[in-house]
Design a protein around this ligand. Structure first.
Ligand SMILES: NC(=O)c1ccc[n+]([C@@H]2O[C@H](COP(=O)([O-])OP(=O)(O)OC[C@H]3O[C@@H](n4cnc5c(N)ncnc54)[C@H](O)[C@@H]3O)[C@@H](O)[C@H]2O)c1
Length: 393
């Protein structure tokens, strides 16, 4: 694949590390940055033959098949429209829009231009998330009742994130987008999200946006997705998931406490991991951040989709649904009530809430629970099928 990258900041560099890492054959043809000197530095660092400070020139370069957007949130719509006008496939970082209205404009634009719109939600492509999703799809943990995703860190690295107008919100839009999509992948993307209850507050920083939030997202089959996000968490970046199914459980820890622990006096201090707050004492490095954050698998899926003229696993429709859920979270944080998720263009297959079949203890009783007590005694909690009375045996 011949690629253009819009942006030369934090995520553009992570993407480039994945794109030109290992023995990948994909090539970055051109990079755009609004400051020519930044574009040149990026081009020099990654051996990119062309650089520019014009978005139009970048996306319409003749040797470009697909454009990767790594610009601040307020620039996503403009950049996507420029790619569509140039007839180029477009892969946009998260969140797709600052709100569902913007995201839907982008979705419509790629569909009209007949180009692939890939949503660069890396965390669903981490090896642990891919394995979890495949395990859930195989039925190994039964029906998912509740999926929780937590992303917390001490706050982002650039000014524009903290400006609500430019970013579209605080920790909810920045981190909640990851959590919502992880939960959707576990609960099932055909499950329609119906309503959201959210608490959000600005506890620590002098900003208008929220720096902490917790929300519950209810799906049409009764499943609950929960997200916990913070820009004031101390101690690095905490990325964890918990999934509870009727037949099993999955816990993943993606960043802190991954089984890699290190002590250093800090005298030779160096980069430890994204958002690490210290480079001395006991530390929790990450072996291969690019891979463990999902960037490699993500780009493989995106490019395979373009080659095969198919939708990638994460596409602009997903980005739109995520934005719609987050919009409802913002409304709920104000109203302090469950708020409906407004998705005018729902494309999932309708699902019904299925009541789990009850297990019989015998002809007259259902089995609620069986347990072996410390004494070795086996206890059964049962329910009379006729009277409903709950008893033990
Ligand atoms: N895990 C992830 O997927 C992940 C991680 C970090 C950031 N992101 C996303 O990537 C995007 C960029 O974030 P970042 O961390 O790289 O930020 P950054 O500040 O490091 O880089 C932003 C880039 O956008 C450019 N830019 C900013 N305002 C602009 C404007 N008005 N016109 C033209 N260019 C402009 C900057 O020059 C820079 O090149 C955001 O949408 C962010 O949410 C995704």
């Amino acid at each position: 694949m011949k690629l253009a990258i819009l942006g030369s900041g934090f995520i553009a560099r992570f993407y480039a590390d994945a794109l030109v890492g290992q023995r990948r054959k994909d090539e970055i043809t051109i990079v755009y940055s609004r400051t020519l000197s930044n574009a040149k530095t990026f081009a020099d660092d990654y051996k990119v033959p062309h650089y520019t400070d014009s978005i139009k020139e970048c996306v319409s370069h003749k040797d470009v098949d697909a454009v990767i957007i790594g610009l601040s949130n307020d620039m996503h719509l403009e950049a996507v429209l420029a790619c569509c006008a140039a007839g180029k496939h477009v892969l946009c970082t998260k969140p797709l829009g600052r709100n569902a209205k913007e995201a839907y404009q982008m979705l419509q634009a790629v569909e009209k231009a007949n180009v692939i719109g890939g949503y660069l939600e890396d965390l669903v492509y981490s090896p642990k998330s891919l394995k979890s999703a495949a395990t859930i799809q195989s039925g190994a943990i039964g029906e998912v009742i509740w999926a929780k995703s937590r992303e917390t860190h001490p706050g982002p690295h650039s000014d524009w994130f903290w400006d609500k107008e430019k970013s579209g919100g605080g920790a909810i839009i920045d981190l909640g987008c990851h959590c919502v999509e992880l939960c959707r992948n576990y609960i099932g993307k055909n499950m329609r999200p119906v309503e959201v209850m959210c608490w959000a507050d600005t506890r620590v920083h002098p900003i208008d946006a929220e720096d902490n939030a917790v929300a519950l997202v209810k799906y049409e089959n009764g499943a609950i997705g929960q997200f916990e996000v913070s820009w004031s968490f101390r101690g690095g970046m905490d990325l964890r998931e918990e999934v509870m199914g009727t037949e099993g459980t999955i816990w993943t820890n993606n960043f802190l406490r991954t089984g890699f622990e290190m002590f250093t006096s800090g005298k030779g201090g160096n980069y430890i991991a994204e958002k690490a707050e210290s480079n001395s004492g006991w530390l929790f490095p990450v072996g291969d951040e690019v891979n463990e954050l999902g960037y490699n698998h993500m780009f493989t899926d995106m490019f395979d989709a373009i080659d095969n003229k198919k939708q990638p696993m994460e596409n602009f429709y997903d980005g739109y649904v995520v934005n719609a859920i987050l919009d409802a979270a913002f409304v709920s944080a104000k109203s302090k009530k469950w708020e409906p998720v407004q998705i005018d263009d729902w494309r999932g297959v309708a699902q019904k809430k299925v009541q789990k079949e009850m297990t019989s203890y015998n002809e007259d009783y259902y089995l609620i629970k069986e347990e072996v007590l410390p004494s070795g005694e086996k206890k059964y909690i049962i329910k009379n099928k006729k009277t409903g009375s709950i008893e033990k045996r």
